[in-house]
Design a protein around this ligand. Structure first.
Ligand code: AHM
Ligand code: MG
Length: 337
């Protein structure tokens, strides 16, 4: 009987194979991603024990977004910085938890990339054992030389991202990433300590029947958004449409991960309180939009493509409508009425 080979691919092998296919690859980028996965494994270990140890609850510090920082956020933030500061691949980092650029210590070599990250997104869900995630975005530096990265290196539009992705800490832990050549998902096997390729070349369904939004904000939205939501949850026999289902976890990584696999739309629109929306362009909207677009989806801010927004500030916010191309177009039709 011939041997049947069921190839087991770790993320490390996958990245190397991808690099070999792209011309001029130096291996620098593979090493960078490898360092990042180590940070994710450490965060995963800690998240998995959150209910056991006294790691729950707010530290009491207020971050620059005016939110209470929880212990695991602070932990994840430090883990990523420490895993990435000495690899020689980065000339700077920026985190949703820190106000300014995080510099590479002067005694370490600096490299040609910058890393932006949201160490633990959806942190209000930590205490109730609901999925949370880490989001990352990698850009190539644009300033010449090998000095510290400057704001210019970070404030690049999303279409310039070299790679982006997220790790979701859920019933199983998964890492989903794109380097601009499709989207790949890896499930963590804790028994061997490896992320194993489980979702090859992810494609988002063209259309889905789920909408995902914090509907508690309904009365704060523009009436065009209200009209879309009214339509989304109604039957529309003229278009052979049944009411969509609402699913909202309140962890963007989890809500968008479901949207990626099942289809539909995730929205965080602007409202009268947050007139630019809630989500951060550089740490949340850009990386998630890059992943979704690479899987065949669509990501808009209500007027333009998210990945084409020219950032002006590290912590700038943006409205976000992301998901299956047809669903996002449905929302856009209501927005232009
Ligand atoms: P965080 O970065 O402080 O965790 O906030 C971002 C989170 C997203 O994960 C989620 O989509 C959104 O906030 C939920 O906000 P709301 O509670 O307003 O629905
Ligand atoms: Mg966040």
């Amino acid at each position: 009987m011939p041997l049947v080979s069921n190839k087991v691919t770790t993320i490390e092998r996958h990245i190397i194979e991808q690099q070999e296919r792209s011309n001029g690859a130096t291996g620098d980028f593979s090493a960078l991603l490898r360092d990042l996965t180590l940070a994710f494994k450490i965060i995963n270990r800690e998240v998995g024990q959150a209910g056991l140890v006294d790691a729950l609850g707010a530290t009491g510090n207020v971050n620059i977004q005016g939110e209470i920082v929880q212990k695991l956020d602070a932990f994840a933030n430090t883990v990523i910085y420490r895993a990435m500061d000495h690899g020689g691949h980065l000339c700077g980092m920026a985190s949703e938890e820190d106000e300014g650029i995080l510099e590479i210590p002067p005694h370490y070599k600096r490299g040609k990339y910058v890393l932006l990250f949201d160490p633990l997104d959806g942190s209000s869900n930590i205490d109730v054992n609901v999925s949370i995630g880490t989001i990352f975005s990698i850009l190539r530096r644009v300033t010449p030389g090998d000095g510290p990265g400057t704001l210019q290196d970070f404030l690049q539009p999303g279409f310039k991202q070299v790679a982006a992705g997220y790790t979701i800490y859920g019933p199983s832990t998964m890492l989903v990433y794109t380097a601009g050549r499709g989207v790949y998902g890896f499930t963590y096997d804790p028994s061997v300590g490896e992320f194993i390729l489980s979702h090859d070349e992810i494609r988002i369904p063209e259309h889905g029947t789920i909408y995902s939004v914090n509907e508690g904000n309904y009365h704060k939205w523009d009436e065009r958004v209200q009209r879309y939501i009214d339509w989304a949850k109604s039957d529309d026999p003229a278009h052979n449409k049944k009411a969509y289902s609402l699913r909202y976890i309140g962890s963007m990584v989890a809500d968008i991960h479901r949207t990626l696999l099942y289809g539909g739309v995730f929205l965080y629109p602007a409202d009268i309180k947050s007139y630019k929306g809630k989500l951060r362009l550089l740490y949340e909207a850009n990386p998630m939009s890059f992943v979704v677009e690479q899987a065949g989806g669509r990501a808009r801010d209500g007027g333009q493509r998210v990945l084409e927004i020219i950032p002006e500030q590290l912590h700038q916010r943006t409205p976000l409508i992301v998901g299956s191309p047809k669903n996002v177009e449905e929302v856009e039709r209501f927005l232009t009425l």
